[in-house]
Each structure stands twice: as C-alpha cells, then as structure tokens.
Write a protein that binds this ligand. Sequence first.
Ligand code: OAD
Length: 237
Amino acid sequence: MIDLTRGPVTALTGAGVSAESGVPVFRGEEGLWRNYRPEELATPDAFRRNPRLVWEWYEWRRELIGARSPNPAHETLATMDKTLPDFTLITQNVDGLHQAAGSESVLEVHGNIWRVRCTACPYLSEDHRVPLPELPPRCPECGGLLRPDVVWFGESLSQEVLDAAWAAAAGCQTMLVIGTSAVVQPAASLPMVALRNGAQLIEFNPAETPLSRQADDVIRAPAGEALPTWWAAHRPT
Ligand code: OAD
C-alpha cells in the first residue's frame, strides 16, 4: 500500500511528461528534425562544426515550446510540490514547463533551453526571445558565440545538480518515474539508486522501458491523464 506521508517522495520526469502539451519526445519519429537524431545535433562536436545548424534546431524547439502550456501532469507535480512535506522534482526536460505550472525548485539535470551562455566568457542569461535576432547569437559582453545552457551528449552534468538529484533518489521512500525512456545516463540511474535504497518505484509511461520490470507499479497511460487520477487516489487527506 502506497502511503505518501511515510517519507520523502521524489519524481523524475522526461520528455513524455510534456508530450500532451505538444512537445515532441526525442526517441520516436516525431522527435526528428530534418532527419537528424538528437544525438547528432546535441553535441559539442556538432556545434563546433556547424553552430548555425545546431542553433536552427534549438530555434525550432524554442518556437515550438514557447507556444505550449503545461498539461495536467505538470500541474499535478506542482500540487505535489506544494502539498507533500518532502518532495523533490528532478527533470531531464529543458522546456521550463514544470516551472510554468508552478513547481518551485526543480532540479534540471539537462539545463534549460531558455538560458544562453557564452562559449568564451562567463556570460549566462535568460533569453526568451523567439526568434533570436541573429543565428548563431553573439555574446553582448564579448562578442563570443552563445550556446544554449543545456547539457549535450558527451558533456558532464552540473555536479551540484547531480549531487542533489542523487541525494533525493537515495533518500526517498517513493519514486515516481514519469515519461522517460530511462536510457540516457546518468539520469537513468536515479531510479536504480532509489530502488537500491529501498524506495518503492512507480512508473507512468504508455510504453515499456528498461525500468518497468523492476517497478512496484506500472501505469501504462499518458501522464496527463494518469497522474491526476493517481494523485487523487493517493494524496494525503
Ligand atoms: P525519450 O524521448 O527518450 O522518451 C520519452 C518517453 O516518454 C518514452 O518512454 C515514451 O514512451 C514516453 N511517453 C510518450 N508519451 C507519453 C505520455 N503522454 N505520458 C507519459 N509518457 C509518455 O525522452 P527522455 O527519456 O526524456 O537529453 O530522454 C532523455 C534525454 O535524451 C533527454 O533529456 C535529452 C534526450 O536526448 C539531452 O538532450 C541531453
């Protein structure tokens, strides 16, 4: 029996949580952009070779995401954040939709598409302009090339964010894993860390993942429908 008041609750989300907002997931035909896979564009090498091409992809995603709103799954997670005494939200998403729904302290392990940083100086800033005035954009302080403040394949995650995510996974009693294919490391290890430390694992995903067999419960439905229903049945009264 799941009792959310028994201890800390941690949620890990992936692209699937934003699918019902109209943001395409990565692994699947509709995640493709001009026939490129994310692994071909979200890399430091791709950016070195062709910064404009990589920025065109991000521009496409920024335009797409900028026109989208949080769905009931994001909203339910924001309610959990406000209701549960010890709740941590970890996301692999860079779209900012959890914050738009009202979640306050989100551990964004892969960064945020609405921040840019300079490749030549410490400049880091939020930038919500769509389209950007020039592609690739230039640093207003030193003229260097700006890049999205996201983590690319082959790059390290922020140690501070990763440490906090690891601690939340290791210390939780219940872990909700929502809308992730659970194949991109190190985020994919977080549910295993929770399991090893005795947490119960609940997966929300219409498709099977490498985690499904180890989960205590698997809810095979779109998160925007399944999560509000599940929360209504399990929220502390
Ligand atoms: P994926 O695209 O790999 O997986 C999306 C998952 O969401 C799949 O398991 C789908 O079955 C599931 N899904 C689809 N619709 C859903 C819905 N309505 N409700 C719930 N689940 C649904 O995305 P991620 O696992 O987030 O990294 O990918 C991980 C990382 O790989 C991303 O953060 C990104 C990507 O390349 C970087 O950019 C570094």
